[in-house]
Design a protein around this ligand. Structure first.
Ligand SMILES: Nc1ncnc2c1ncn2[C@@H]1O[C@H](COP(=O)(O)OP(=O)(O)OP(=O)(O)O)[C@@H](O)[C@H]1O
Ligand SMILES: [Mg+2]
Length: 351
């Protein structure tokens, strides 16, 4: 099955099925074909740094991975980045001259890997990298399951965040601040809206400084709204078959396959219908080569394992139009997994 090259490729799936490994293998296979590739991992667990042996200074830096890491004797490479919401936010702040505002404790807390902004900032980061126009393909290794859905829904959240009512409040707040209005007046304004309870509680517990900082943080984000709103366009692009490849990764287990099916249903609004199901860790080749001899128990085991895998493959081809199969690799090193899986990508791509 030919996998056409696209501007953006997303690898998603539930926990531990091999998303990061397969996404890295895809980056390697494209680099071997001479493409300029950037691999971004959105996964806060950042397993990529172990696989690719990159240092993590939480600086969102681009690392060049030369292919000799995978024992390829050719002068080629691909780029890899560990998504850092903080680094993306800092760069945004710099562009808008908002340095001090973004130093607030609240923004620092929000932009921690699990602070809730990871998904939104990732979309902005991809957009920034795409605009550089130096990559043929940007590959995204997304966080597992539920976080992946959050990732997809994040641009809708942005839209809601900056919806009309918030805009009005922020504009009002902006005026009070720039005209040197007293803190009291906009706190009163916020208190009269839906967040009254929360803020009055916070004010009592932490003192007015905290509330002031909160408002500054909200305003700073508001001043960057253009970057957030541009990220919305990206969501529409992803829905275009001409623009993106979606790979829904699963391992060949009953539980994981039905989780993949659930994820497909949840992601249906976002994912175009030309997506691929990646069946990872297939045992087919082992089972074929397995010489069980006259031992009946082993023969029975082989037969039932083969039947189980056949059933799961049937399930896959009934529910997904494009199925890619990747073999289980019997080797302890994750680098070797990536190396061999990249070869499988190259073989899959043969007509
Ligand atoms: N085809 C394969 N054969 C053997 N081992 C594999 C294969 N694919 C992945 N692995 C191994 O499975 C483990 C989990 O893989 P990986 O970290 O890529 O999963 P993940 O889906 O990204 O996990 P998470 O949900 O935690 O992000 C790793 O040790 C990896 O090397
Ligand atoms: Mg991963």
């Amino acid at each position: 099955m030919i996998i056409p090259g696209k501007k953006v490729e997303l690898f998603c799936g539930t926990g531990g099925v091999g998303k990061t490994t397969i996404a890295t293998a895809r980056a390697l296979s494209l680099a071997l074909q001479g493409k300029n590739v950037l691999l971004i991992t959105v996964d806060p667990a950042k397993r990529l740094k172990q696989i690719l042996k990159i240092e993590d200074n939480d600086d969102g830096a681009i690392n060049t991975i030369t292919l000799d890491l995978f024992s390829h004797d050719i002068n080629k490479s691909f780029d890899a980045m560990l998504m850092s919401p903080r680094a993306t936010l800092q760069r945004m702040a710099k562009e808008k001259n908002l340095h001090s505002e973004f130093d607030s404790t609240i923004i620092k807390t929000l932009s921690r890997p699990y602070g809730g902004m990871n998904e939104i900032m990732s979309i902005i980061e991809v957009q920034v990298q795409l605009e550089k126009n130096i990559y043929d393909t940007i590959i995204l290794d997304t966080p597992p399951g539920k976080h992946f859905i959050d990732f997809l829904e994040s641009s809708e959240k942005i839209k809601n965040f900056f919806d009309k009512s918030f805009l009005e409040i922020f504009e009002y707040l902006g005026k009070s601040i720039t005209s040197g209005g007293k803190a009291r007046s906009f706190i009163t304004m916020i208190v009269s809206t839906g967040v009254k309870k929360l803020l009055s509680y916070l004010e009592a517990v932490t003192g007015a400084d905290f509330v002031r900082e909160f408002i500054d943080a909200v305003l700073a984000l508001y001043k960057c709204r253009d970057s957030f709103l541009t990220a919305l366009k990206f969501q529409d692009e992803l829905k275009k078959e001409s623009y993106s490849n979606w790979f829904l990764v699963t391992s060949v287990e009953q539980q994981k396959m039905s989780e993949a099916q659930d994820l497909k249903v949840q992601a249906e609004h976002f994912m175009h219908k030309d997506h691929f199901l990646v069946m990872n860790k297939c045992l087919g080749a082992f089972l074929n080569d397995w010489q069980v001899g006259p031992n009946k128990t082993l023969a029975h085991l082989k037969e039932s394992m083969t039947r189980r895998e056949d059933d799961l493959q049937d399930f896959a081809s009934k529910n997904f139009s494009n199925v890619l199969k990747f073999q289980e690799i019997n080797h302890p090193s994750p680098l070797e997994h990536v190396r061999q899986l990249s070869q499988m990508f190259l073989e899959q791509n043969k007509p």
